[in-house]
Each structure stands twice: as structure tokens, then as C-alpha cells.
Design a protein around this ligand. Structure first.
Ligand SMILES: N[C@@H](CCC(=O)N[C@@H](CS)C(=O)NCC(=O)O)C(=O)O
Length: 205
């Protein structure tokens, strides 16, 4: 199995998940700044030009964070990364989707890539401000959900791996996290799989 990732990108959540599972895998760095994900070596695998991209042992390719995370959890049921009961499963996917589709794609994306939302540079500050509003509101909602819990659904799950990468981004843009989210981030960083992943990606713990 091979994970195509970029250091500190959303793919780090899948990288953590693979280390939590603990089976052998290869991690191949993709140079996004050098636009290597638009070259044939990458697009032949994933024409969407996005990480995370997972090349499985049978050569088939899986894309999209929620799909990869769900497949990894279901393929390794003994790790209990996704609840089996309908309520637990739905709650985990509810949080996973909120983090990826709203906090990341609508919030942080506006901050990191304002040009994708408004061609004129004079609008970029407004785009970034809207992004900040979205992810701050998202973190406030997640903070409520985390009240009295170590992990988003009680037990550690794939949703925590997704939450971890937006928490990491929040430190990058230097916007403080609300208390339960900040405590979750510390709890995640204390996990050996997270430490191993941060080291592998060349990021400070
Ligand atoms: N919907 C995709 C989003 C993946 C995504 O946005 N990946 C970013 C890194 S965080 C990427 O590859 N960006 C490269 C680009 O857009 O040029 C998923 O859930 O996996």
C-alpha cells in the first residue's frame, strides 16, 4: 500500500491513520509547490491532482479523505476505528464530513487559496475573513461536541484523524483553538502514531 502525501497537508490525517493501524505501507512525498501533482506520473494515478491518494496492494487507487478513511477502518475492523452500530457509525461520519467538507474545504481553503474564490486580489482579505469565520464557527461547534470527551465520539476513531489536520492548520495560521479542541490536539500529539507521522513528514511535534 502506498500513500501519496504532502507534508502537513490534509493527507497527514490518513498518514496518522496508517500509523495507527500499524501495518507496513510506503509514504511517498508529493511536491505540491513544484506542481508535481499535475504531471502524468501523478495524474495517471489520480486525475483530480489531490492528496491524499492511496494506491492499494492490488494497484487500485482510492481518493477522497472520507472514502480512504472509511475503507481503512472497515478493512482493519480489529482496530475499532469506526463504530459498528448505526448510531456510532453515523456520528463518526457526521463529524468526519463536517471537518473535511466544511471546516477544511469552505473554511481553511479560503484562507490558504483566496485566489480560487476571487480573481481580484483586492477581494482576498474579505475571502480570508469569511474563511476564518467558517472555521471558527466550526471549531466552536466541535468544541461543544468534545465537552467531557477525550475523542469526538468517545473512543478514538477516523474522525479524530480528520480533526487533527485542521487543528494543525489552526496552529499554522496562529488562530487559537477553543479549550476542548486545544486539549484534543494535545491528546492527539501524545499518541505514538501521531509523533511518528509528524517525524516522517519532517514537522515539529
Ligand atoms: N476532497 C479532497 C480534498 C483533498 C485536498 O484538497 N487536498 C489538497 C491538500 S490539503 C491538495 O491536494 N491540494 C492540491 C491542489 O489543489 O493543487 C479529499 O477529501 O481528499
Amino acid at each position: 500500500m502506498k500513500l501519496l502525501y504532502a507534508p502537513g497537508a490534509c493527507s497527514i490525517g490518513i498518514h496518522v491513520l496508517l500509523n495507527e493501524i500499524g501495518k507496513p505501507f510506503e509514504a511517498q512525498k508529493v511536491d505540491l509547490a513544484g506542481r508535481k501533482h499535475f504531471e502524468p506520473e501523478f495524474t495517471n494515478l489520480n486525475p483530480k491532482s489531490k492528496v491524499p491518494t492511496l494506491v492499494r496492494d492490488d494497484g487500485t487507487v482510492l481518493t477522497e479523505f472520507p472514502a480512504i478513511a472509511t475503507w481503512l477502518a472497515k478493512s482493519n475492523p480489529e482496530k475499532k476505528l469506526l463504530a459498528d452500530d448505526p448510531e456510532g457509525m453515523a456520528r463518526t461520519l457526521e463529524m468526519l464530513d463536517y471537518v473535511v467538507a466544511t471546516v477544511h474545504m469552505q473554511g481553511f481553503s479560503r484562507i490558504f487559496r483566496p485566489g480560487a474564490y476571487a480573481p481580484s486580489e483586492s477581494d482576498h482579505d474579505a475571502v480570508k475573513a469569511r474563511g476564518r469565520e467558517i472555521f471558527e464557527r466550526g471549531f466552536a461547534i466541535i468544541d461543544e461536541k468534545l465537552k467531557g470527551k477525550d475523542y469526538v465520539n468517545g473512543a478514538f476513531s477516523i474522525a479524530d484523524c480528520a480533526l487533527f489536520y485542521v487543528e494543525l492548520w489552526s496552529t499554522r495560521v496562529k488562530i487559537p483553538m477553543p479549550p476542548n479542541v486545544a486539549a484534543h490536539f494535545e491528546r492527539m500529539k501524545a499518541r505514538p502514531a501521531v509523533q511518528k507521522t509528524l517525524q516522517a513528514e519532517g514537522l515539529a511535534a
